[in-house]
Design a binder for this molecule. Structure first.
Ligand code: SAH
Length: 220
């Protein structure tokens, strides 16, 4: 571990220091990201009954049968964006608890996020407002349809798994834009691609399990 990261771990709260050590041992090295994850109260994003496990290397329930990914998965996806994307405008499909949204809001100028479950959408919006995160636009809707206004994105991150990328999403990505999405293949994995004209250049891939990307929205 570098001196800087060592110092970071020492200064973080006991509950997040083990999480940081794990992230660093798995190769996460972006200092500002580690610092942010050390400060962000992850226990406030999960179902209260599981808050004691919030910093453990495991996915956890966030309500409505949905889960927040384990810290390493979130850190990996965010690191890829930090490495490859222009940090202008990002679209997130699957707001869920709003934890990933918070990380995105710290690094990108503008975040657009879509959630199909109304209650999760309402909760995440309230949570981020209380944390005074104010560069995020929330939408209750089906991410398959993309963002309703035709804005072009520097990056798109999907936090639910499907067998293929919805075409409305690829249409919204700028030339050279970055797409991160879990794909249900023989070995389910998250991929990171760069759009190059009509082609996709795969930059990264890592095995992972995610909840499915579902059709339509739920009004409850
Ligand atoms: N990024 C989230 C993880 C949420 S899990 C977090 O940090 O907590 C995936 C989320 O995707 C769930 O909340 C689920 O309701 C949502 N989802 C699934 N299919 C969707 C769709 N078609 N459009 C928008 N959200 C969807």
């Amino acid at each position: 571990m570098s001196i800087v990261l060592d110092d970071l771990v020492k200064r973080s709260s006991p509950r997040s220091s083990q999480m940081l050590e794990h992230l660093v041992s798995e190769g996460v090295s972006h200092k500002e990201l580690l610092q942010l994850m050390a400060c962000l109260p992850r226990h406030e994003f999960v179902e209260p009954a599981f808050s004691h496990l919030a910093y453990s290397p495991t996915p956890l329930p966030i309500g409505r049968n949905q889960t927040i990914s384990q810290p390493l998965t979130v850190a990996k996806m965010t690191s890829w964006l930090l490495q490859y994307a222009r940090l202008g405008r990002v679209l997130e499909i699957g707001t869920g608890s709003g934890y990933q949204t918070c990380l995105l809001a710290h690094f990108f100028n503008k975040v657009h996020t879509i959630e199909r479950q109304q209650s999760l959408y309402v909760q995440a919006q309230q949570r981020l407002r209380e944390m005074q995160v104010n560069n995020v636009e929330f939408l209750h809707g089906d991410g398959h349809l993309g963002w309703p206004q035709k804005v072009q994105m520097d990056a798109i991150i999907v936090t639910a798994m499907a067998s293929k990328v919805p075409s409305a999403l690829t249409d919204m990505l700028k030339e050279d834009g970055i797409l991160i999405m879990p794909i249900a293949d023989e070995v389910p994995s998250i991929g990171c691609w760069r759009r190059v004209g009509d082609k996709w250049k795969r930059l990264e891939s890592s095995p992972a399990q995610f909840v499915p990307l579902l059709e339509g929205k739920v009004d409850a």
